[in-house]
Design a protein around this ligand. Structure first.
Ligand code: NI
Length: 226
């Protein structure tokens, strides 16, 4: 399931983050790509060990932890610290699949990449091109969102970034290991949760709503790997 998560950051937060990013050092983006990815990748990234990057990353992760739509859809278990990329002057990233396992810096832990996240830090009119194209069994989906908004999509999908032909596209990107690895099961839990929440608003905590809530948690208990 692909999902648009609106307003992860306020416009004021985006403004502060962009000022900090503009004052930071950027490196060749091929440093974090695998062998196949490096051949089709042409962009710049903030150094993975950047202190400023970690600070901003924490801001993003704490906003997400409080975002009910994100929590319902991702059922997050672990996060990779957000990274930052910049595409300009024809910069692009051809079709690739994100690596399945990432090591977590400073620990022995690894993370299985279930969900990929792209958080937009520029407004769409600030640059030409730069669409994120995600290809799945339903075809190709083009994504270009307002600053502060995020797209969540399964990490097993092929995706690419179109060349940026005017201005610059700055985004944060990172991966989530979900408590529920299977995208189909996670999507069913998300739809059930969203409908229970709507029902609660419409009719309150009736015995039926309570029973459905129990059903949701019992399914999650069966499917969650934590
Ligand atoms: Ni990617």
């Amino acid at each position: 399931m692909m999902l648009h998560i609106p307003q992860v950051l306020t416009l004021d937060q985006v403004k502060q983050i962009r000022l900090k990013l503009e004052a930071s050092d950027w490196v060749d983006g091929r440093q974090t790509a695998g062998e196949q990815g490096a051949q089709v990748k042409c962009n710049r990234q903030l150094d993975e060990n950047s202190v400023v990057g970690h600070e901003i990353g924490q801001t993003i992760l704490s906003s997400l932890a409080k975002h009910p739509l994100f929590v319902s859809a991702a059922l997050p278990h672990r996060y990779v610290m957000p990274l930052f990329n910049r595409y300009e002057g024809g910069g692009h990233y051809g079709f690739h699949v994100d690596g399945s396992i990432r090591s977590m810096p400073g620990s022995n832990l690894h993370l299985r990449t279930d969900l990929s996240c792209t958080l937009f830090l520029c407004e769409p009119e600030e640059y030409e091109g730069g669409e994120l194209i995600v290809s799945d069994t339903y075809g190709e989906h083009e994504v270009k969102l307002p600053a502060g908004d995020m797209i969540l999509y399964p990490s097993n999908s092929l995706h690419k970034i179109e060349p940026v032909t005017r201005g610059a596209r700055v985004c944060s990107f990172f991966w989530v290991q979900s408590m529920v690895p299977d995208d189909g099961k996670r999507t069913m839990l998300y739809e059930l949760d969203q409908n229970i929440q709507r029902l609660r608003q419409q009719i309150g905590d009736t015995a039926e709503v309570l029973s459905l809530t129990g059903h949701y948690h019992n399914l999650l208990r069966q499917w969650a790997l934590v």
